[in-house]
Design a protein around this ligand. Sequence first.
Ligand code: G1P
Length: 291
Amino acid sequence: MKALRKAVLPVAGLGTRFLPATKAMAKEMLPVVDKPLIQYAIDEARAAGIDQFCMVTGRGKTALVEHFDVAYELEATLRERNKQTELKMLHDAQMPPGAMVAVRQQVPLGLGHAIWCARAFIGDDPFAILLPDDLILSDVPCMVQLARAYRETGGNVVAVAQVLHEHKSRYGILEVGADDGRLVEVRGLVEKPHPDDAPSDLSVIGRYILLPDVIRHLAVLERGTGNEVQLTDGMARMIGNTPFHGLRYEGRRFDCGDKIGFLEAQIAFALRRPEMADAVRTFLKTYQESA
Ligand code: G1P
């Protein structure tokens, strides 16, 4: 089994659900407390031992790559002013030379197409996918949990969560085989089915570890749900050839592509920060809407 060293981050989306904030700014640069969504995803991947990154970007997304670059003038100014804490923050975000590449998805043909755009980076290696909109608050980073499951099973692993009946049409849904309560065998996958046709109530959330074979299946560029090339369809074609499991991860997921999910994430993450938890709690208890 090859070690997991690579991650692909599809970040070419237009962020229409967050307009007007995302008119001139990448949605993945929106901060939760004080860190942009993209940095949460990268930090989570690094915690799992991943050290090679590929962003699949589009027009207007250069800030995402710059965020991980060396900010020479800013660092010089901070050093002059002896701002050690701020300097450390910058260094924590910075990528070692050559650790990050960006490829362009010129046209928005779907998540499967975005991953296929990273095929040269992926080569013959297993790789992780992190969708930065899905932010997960957990004691053990979700990708660390998935990487353990990958080492256990030697095959494809996706993070899964139970969803409400009426929400099944928003996700990739599993058809489930053997289930030990933590790991479930994936027998089938359907992208955004009608709730009444969904094979289970287990949905795929935005964390995957896949074998490179998926690229061969995506390369046919067949359109699926929403007339897009779906990653779910590419993954479904691997079932039966290689082990495929869903992992019920421990943690709470926030859909930061959605305004309410994003606000909930702000509060939940702020409550985890010792220096601000008390102030946030007090505000939530005492705030009265004024006329
Ligand atoms: C994508 C995938 C879907 C998955 C979801 C998780 O959908 O296509 O299978 O369940 O991410 O967030 P999207 O949210 O891009 O519509």
